[in-house]
Every structure is written in C-alpha cells, then in structure tokens.
Design a protein around this ligand. Structure first.
Ligand code: KG4
Ligand code: ZN
Length: 388
C-alpha cells in the first residue's frame, strides 16, 4: 500500500510518500519520498508562529515539495495532459482561499502522469486552521485530479504512533506491535497530554495541561532569556553547557503540580517564576542564562517523569511512548528512559526515530496505513482543536 501524506498543521510544510508492506507477520514502512520545508526562519523574527504567514508559506511550498517527494520516490513520470475544462472548473473553487496555489498545482498536474499511489492522507487537525486548510484543499485537488481516496488524519495521533516506527536501515522501518495498554506522553508546542491507547483508534486522554504546553514553557522562558524561537532547542543547548560546567541555580524553580493527586500538568507558574527571576536579576550574564536554562529543563523534566510514573502505576501500561517536538530533548528522553527502565522493568519504552519527533508527514502516512479509514471527497474540515 502506497500513501501520499501531507502535513501543514503548523510551521512545517511536509509531503511524504510511504509504502507499507507485510512480510511474515511483520509490517514494514518504507519512506519512498520525504520532502519537508521548515518555516522557522519566517516566524523567528516574530517570536512565534504567525498563522497567516504559515498559510502563505504552505501555499508557496506545497507544489514544489510534492514534485520533490514524487521524484525522490521515482514516481514522477512526465507527460502532457493539460488540466482544462470540467476538471479545471472543479479545481478552481477549491483554491479560492489560496489562489497562489492554483497555477503551480495545475502546471504540475498537467505535466505528470497519475502517480502509482493508493491513497492521499492529510492532517485535518489539531493545529492552525488557516494552515490546515491549505493542506486539505491541496489534498482534495490531488484526489480529484488523480481519482484517489482521501484520509483525514489527526496530527496528535500521528505523534502518538510515530514511536512505533523502528528504523532498521535509513528510511526503512518496522512497525512495532506494542504490548497493550500503551501510554503516550505527547509533548509539543501546543499540547501536553497523557493518552492511554487500548488499541489503534481507541484512545483516552488521562492527563493534560491546564495552561501552557511543555513546548510553550520552553519557548516562553527562552524568550525571556533573549533566545530565538523556537526556544526548546536553545534552552537545551544552554542547559547542556551548564551541566558540563557544573553551573546550577542557587534557588530551584517550581515544579508545578508535581505532587498533585491527578495526571494534569501546569507550566504557567514556572514561566512566571522565571519572569520574576529575570526581572530581579536585571541584565543577565551568560552564566546566569545557562543556569536558568538548566533549571527550566530540569523542572519540566521532573514533572514529566513524575506524571508518567504515576500514569504507569494507574494504568498498568506495558508500553510507554513519547512524541511531539519536546520529545527530541535528550535530557528529558534520558530521564524518562531511566525512570521507566529502572522502576517498571516489565514495560517497554519507545521514542520516535530521529526526524520523526517534530512535525513531519511520515507519521501522517503511518497513521493512515494503520487506520484504513477513508473520508469522502469534499467532506474534510480543518479542526484547530481536534481531539482524540
Ligand atoms: O511537535 P512540534 O514540532 O510542533 C507542534 O505540533 O507544536 O513541537 C514544537 C515544540 C516547540 O515548542 C519547540 O520549542 C519544542 O517542540 N522543541 C523542543 C526541542 N526541540 C523542539 N523542546 C525542548 N527541547 C528540544 N530539543
Ligand atoms: Zn506536532
């Protein structure tokens, strides 16, 4: 089964072509083509993602990225069949809100054969709605022009399932069959959730943030330290130097809700504590910034470890996975690995392979392959707050 997957929920424009096969009971996922454009440079001067800029960038990049992914997958066959008449009349209105995408799409579709893919998967939420719509409309047009079925995919489900991909060789993964129930810690720029998976498609959120997401806590505190967006990797870099040099803040920062009798999170208090500290200190020298970065990372990590441990105890989870941009933080990953493997020796801890923690289209294709759902053409709606 070959899937073309499209992801435009936030500030990464991604198109991937994956192939899922089954041999002797094992499922394999091969990445045939993977084209991704990160818009970080566009949004960094604004200190965060600007939805309308994200939409514009997606519209600019989707057609070239599709061409790149098809080419990489050896699925690009040149031919001449100009898009005219009835088809053009149907395509035009689909791009009413992103007219700049019409020309390049019609040109590309008019110069290539229908590629040998089975379905088209696209993220329908959660995320920034203007950004989501660009990907959805693009997918609708491809589906119409090529006569391929559509699959609407939940971005968070993509993050949740991505840890099941075990890289065997570059671009070739086995899809692990997890021991159930599985517990997922999803930590990204917009979400902090603990989710129990009883089966693929059967999820329950058992804990979530009451205010800021973990990634947001990294981004906002980084900003207070004068670091560029996105702040997570910047805090991680400074924290690593602080650890290496043995620099530590004298006064610890709060670990909000670490001992609360539930699985919810709150990071706003941590952000406020950093704000007070920064105000009190006035201008910050580099060493102080490093100390604060280290303490922020440790505070977030401590809370995540405590909540994951509590969740394992409450759910009897056999498999623990992490996903989302913050999952690429190696300090947090190490802390979780240690906690899970030492305290819950019977359970398995899985994390996404490199490049699959942050937003990508491979995880959207994987989810489509595991779910087999199809959505009627014209029926996909962007849903910024889509839940499990
Ligand atoms: O999943 P993602 O790529 O996009 C969303 O769906 O939000 O996550 C982005 C978030 C940002 O807040 C970013 O600062 C954070 O992930 N992040 C990190 C690291 N890399 C990315 N946070 C901490 N440490 C990192 N190494
Ligand atoms: Zn994400």
């Amino acid at each position: 089964m070959r899937i073309l997957a499209i992801e435009t929920s936030c500030d990464e424009t991604a198109v991937a072509i994956i192939e899922v096969t089954k041999e002797n009971g094992t499922q394999y996922l091969k990445v045939l083509g993977n084209a991704l454009y990160s818009q970080i440079k566009t949004h960094a001067p604004m200190g965060g993602v600007v939805p309308m800029l994200a939409k514009r960038e997606h519209a600019k990049n989707l057609a070239p990225l599709l061409e790149k992914a098809l080419n990489e997958a050896n699925l690009l066959t040149l031919s001449t069949r100009p898009i005219t008449g009835e088809l053009l009349q149907k395509i035009g209105p689909l791009f009413t809100h992103e007219p700049e995408l019409l020309g390049p799409t019609v040109q590309l579709l008019g110069s290539i054969d229908t590629p040998a893919i089975d379905t088209i998967a696209v993220t329908s939420g959660p995320g920034l709605e203007p950004a989501l719509w660009v990907g959805i409309n693009f997918a609708e047009v491809l589906s119409l022009a090529w006569g391929k079925p559509l699959q609407a995919i939940n971005h968070m489900e993509g993050h949740l399932l991505s840890a099941l991909l075990k890289e065997e060789q570059p671009g070739i993964f086995t899809i692990e069959t997890p021991k159930l129930p599985m517990l997922a810690l999803l930590i990204s720029g917009g979400h902090t959730e603990l989710v129990v998976m009883k089966n693929i498609g059967d999820y329950k959120i058992i804990g979530s943030t009451r205010d800021d997401a973990a990634g947001e806590a990294f981004d906002k505190t980084a900003r207070m330290l004068g670091l560029p967006y996105p702040g997570g990797p910047e805090i991680a870099k400074l924290a690593a130097v602080a650890i290496e040099k043995g620099l530590k803040l004298e006064q610890p920062l709060p670990r909000p809700m670490i001992k609360s009798d539930n699985l919810d999170f709150s990071f706003a208090g941590l952000k406020t504590a950093v704000l007070y500290l920064v105000k009190k200190r006035g201008t910050l020298d580099n060493e102080t910034k490093m100390k604060i970065a280290r303490e922020v990372q440790e505070a977030i990590s401590d809370v995540l470890v405590a909540k994951v441990s509590k969740a394992i105890e409450e759910t009897g989870a056999q498999t623990i996975v992490i996903g989302g941009g913050v999952a690429s933080n190696s300090y947090i990953d190490r802390a979780l690995t240690e906690a899970v493997t030492t305290r819950y020796a019977g359970s398995t801890y899985l994390k996404p392979a490199k490049g699959l923690t942050t937003d990508n289209a491979v995880m959207i294709g994987l989810t489509a392959a595991l779910k087999h759902t199809t959505t009627t053409r014209g029926a996909i709606k962007a849903n910024g707050t889509l839940k499990f």
